[in-house]
Ligand binder design. Structure first.
Ligand SMILES: [Fe+2]
Length: 384
């Protein structure tokens, strides 16, 4: 069997690294479309700082601060129209996963005709898009280094995963200082998204040594830094550790894929608007327990990366320690404790499971094969 590892993104990482963007922009183009969220993200000091940096380099900027959570196809098309009207020749996505995903698809759409909904799945985008820079202001999504963008659309208004080599940014600029303004709740939710990426990518069917090394290091960093980052948002080491963890987990899962927690989280987001990180946080221990018996050796490695003492334990018991560690971490974080707290009705379990079961890309990368009833069972446990 041939194994692959893909990573075509140039990364700049470090506290205060935002000004490094000036070394790249002239080779990318003359006029940037700057894509951000429509709320507080658009008023972040980093947005003005970035515009000033670009102006100093003689780079024109058209500002598109209109991306909502779970961006729709219409938002992407509006961004494309604004870019074309203004003659933008490259794109910058700044914010959390939603603005960066929207920027990825806007950049692709600028060089490709056709209907974005027809790009759902893998390898459906015909040509390379416009040059793209992604700058995260949260620590969790990893979107700045992945070939995936999640856009809401289609007949059922579901979350569609677009997967293409043409969605990779040319540059990921990761400055942990940009995450300092996150609330404890957002820090916890995005951090648990990163942990779900790390755990799911570690045990996914296409994982292997290089991706697992990245996954396990991301897990170590999250267990070292997430609680502290929630308690004290200006704690530099914790913020930097979480930005690095998010980056490493993204580098892992863009090759290895994810699993059941993400399939179910997308269904919860599509049906009930449950924020992605909160959904993953609630689902992760239940999905881990479901998968446990198919790869106890990997779960043992995860438990050790989480700081658990597994010496002298049987393989199944050592694996169980990884689930206990995640449950222990969750108990310390400002997050909902079950799906009912998020307003999801228990009567929706079957419909949500059926929706997640259709997500064959995510479901098939899960280490354990599933039938519909497995998803129903995992979701029921997340209501408890
Ligand atoms: Fe995620």
């Amino acid at each position: 069997m041939a194994l692959t590892f893909r990573f075509p993104v140039q990364v700049v990482f470090g506290e205060g690294s935002l000004p490094e963007v000036r070394h790249f922009v002239k080779s990318f183009g003359k006029h940037a479309l700057l894509v951000t969220g429509g709320g507080p993200t658009s008023r972040l000091p980093a947005v003005q700082a970035l515009q000033d940096l670009l102006a100093a380099e003689g780079t024109a900027v058209t500002f598109f601060p209109e991306v909502e959570s779970d961006p729709g196809v219409e938002t992407v098309e509006r961004g494309v129209a604004v870019a074309r009207e203004n003659g933008c020749d490259f794109v910058i996505g700044l914010g959390g996963g939603s603005p960066m995903d929207a920027a990825k698809v806007i950049a692709a759409r600028l060089n490709n005709d056709g209907n974005i909904t027809s790009w759902e799945g893998q390898g459906r985008i015909p040509r390379r898009g416009k040059p793209l820079i992604c700058i995260p202001t949260t620590a969790g999504t990893g979107s700045e280094v992945t070939w995936v963008a999640v856009i809401t659309g289609g007949k059922r208004r579901q979350k569609m995963s677009l997967v293409s080599q043409y969605l990779y940014p040319l540059l990921a600029l990761v400055d942990p200082e940009l995450t300092y303004s996150m609330s404890p709740e957002l820090t916890a939710a995005t951090g648990m998204d990163a942990l779900t990426h790390a755990v799911e990518s570690c045990v996914a069917k296409r994982s292997w040594e290089p991706t697992r090394a990245l996954s396990l290091q991301a897990v170590r960093l999250i267990f070292t830094h997430l609680e502290r980052a929630c308690q004290d948002g200006s704690e530099h080491e914790a913020r930097s550790g979480m930005s690095l963890a998010s980056l490493l987990a993204g580098m892992a899962f863009t090759t290895s894929g994810l699993g059941l927690a993400h399939a179910l989280a997308h269904a919860l987001g599509s049906h009930f608007g449950v924020p992605h990180g909160k959904a993953n946080a609630l689902l992760l221990p239940h999905v881990m327990r479901f998968n446990l018996d198919c790869c106890p050796g990997l779960y043992r490695e995860l438990a050790m990366a989480m700081g658990m003492d597994v010496s002298g334990l049987s393989a199944p018991r050592a694996a169980e320690k990884a689930v206990e560690a995640v449950e222990g971490l969750l108990a310390l974080l400002p997050l909902p404790k079950n799906l009912s707290e998020l307003g999801v009705p228990a009567s929706s379990v079957e419909a949500l499971s059926a929706e997640a079961f259709l997500n064959t890309r995510l479901r098939s990368s899960n280490p354990k094969d599933t039938v519909l009833e497995d998803l129903v069972q995992v979701l029921r446990e997340a209501f408890a």
